[in-house]
Design a protein around this ligand. Structure first.
Ligand code: 5GP
Ligand code: MN
Length: 345
């Protein structure tokens, strides 16, 4: 993995050591396990180093992450706009984690764009916008959580990592690699996990807290989507699933219930490109996953106003669900050659 610029590490450490005010840490909108694991893991480390830290999330985060230490103190911007804006205005430093473009933080964009203090970004997505004063941009890392572990270690802050912080960082790596299924080809990732376990992290316990925590409704919704709302295109090695507002209502949908659905078609033999569309009140959320070379971030950018990683990307659409799915079907022939070429099995 790309080594850190040691001067940047020294600068970050020097700036953190000398500052007296609050450090605000922000994840991306609709934060996932890596985003929340990274912000709460870093918050724990910096608090143990004697710093004042506030985490502000652009919006709500999933229930299955609420066991993390510090999650009860996390400010949700859309629930506490004034309080969050005041804290941000008075803060001494801003650290942005798990995003590299200001379009990824919803309503917080304007506040942060116009914020004049020192901005730091630590992230593993490709194509950084370059909005921060100090950037640790490493797309070769499995997760931002792994990156946070190594940045803080390089700063000499390993002494401030405790079991609570290590659990958050472990959760970030576990969720962003699909429980060590993808983005784990670099041996360093397993070394990182090994180091985190040495803090006392119990991997089975954490896995259970995150993945064995679903409602009966969610399980039945998954079954329904798999049987009624999935189309498979073997000739294109692709599949699409979709979730309408009507289906959501039928299964008493709670935010996050569709987590992981997009990955499921990839376990069908011969399928290595999967799309999932969720109909929300104000937009259609698109999620894409692939195995192997097919770059879903390029696909998401070209057609669905989004981006992400090569094998995991997303975007959003302002159209009907039917029209969106139809557009996806019609795009597949354009990619026939590429999808055939990138076939793995
Ligand atoms: P998910 O499908 O889990 O929502 O997102 C997978 C990945 O795609 C995220 O980690 C993020 O990098 C990226 N992503 C998701 N939605 C968007 C979006 O609307 N815009 C951009 N640029 N990236 C997205
Ligand atoms: Mn991530």
């Amino acid at each position: 993995m790309k080594p850190f610029n040691i001067e940047d590490i020294k600068r970050l450490r020097a700036e953190i050591e000398q500052l007296e005010g609050t450090i605000v840490i922000v994840p991306h909108i609709n934060p996932d396990g890596d985003a929340i694991g990274s912000v709460l893991g870093l918050a724990s480390i910096l608090k143990n180093a004697g710093k004042q830290v506030t985490v502000i999330s652009p919006n709500h985060f999933p229930e299955f992450l609420k066991w993390m230490k510090g999650s009860d103190e996390l400010l949700v911007y859309v629930n506490a706009r004034e309080k969050a804006a005041k804290i941000l205005n008075e803060a001494s430093m801003l650290i942005c984690l798990d995003f590299n473009h200001l379009s990824r933080i919803g309503e917080l964009k304007e506040l942060i764009e116009n914020w004049s203090g020192k901005k730091v970004m630590i992230d593993h997505h490709p194509y950084p916008q370059g909005f921060a004063d100090l950037e640790f941009s490493h797309p070769d890392y499995s997760s931002t959580a792994e990156l946070v572990f190594h940045v803080t270690k390089a700063m000499g802050y390993e002494q401030y990592i405790d079991l609570d912080g290590a659990e958050c960082l472990f959760c970030g790596i576990m969720t962003d690699t699909g429980s060590f299924d993808y983005n784990v080809s670099d041996p360093q990732t397993f070394n990182t996990v090994s180091e985190l376990l040495a803090f006392g992290v119990n991997p089975e316990d954490i896995h259970g807290r995150v993945f064995d925590n679903y409602s009966v409704d969610r399980m039945r919704l998954m079954g329904y989507c798999l049987s009624e709302c999935m189309e498979v295109f073997p000739e294109y090695h692709a599949a699409v699933m979709y979730l309408s507002k009507e289906t959501k209502a039928k299964f008493h949908y709670q935010k996050g219930d569709n987590e992981g659905f997009v990955n499921m078609p990839l376990s069908i033999k011969g399928i290595h490109f999967s799309a999932f569309f969720t109909e929300n009140d104000d937009q259609i959320k698109a999620s894409f996953r692939s195995k192997g070379e097919f770059a879903v971030n390029e696909f998401a950018t070209a057609h669905f106003g989004g981006g992400g990683h090569r094998n995991a990307a997303g975007g959003e659409v302002f159209d009907t669900l039917e029209a969106t799915v139809e557009r996806f079907r019609k795009l597949l022939p354009e990619y026939a050659e590429e999808l055939k070429r990138t076939k793995q099995d």
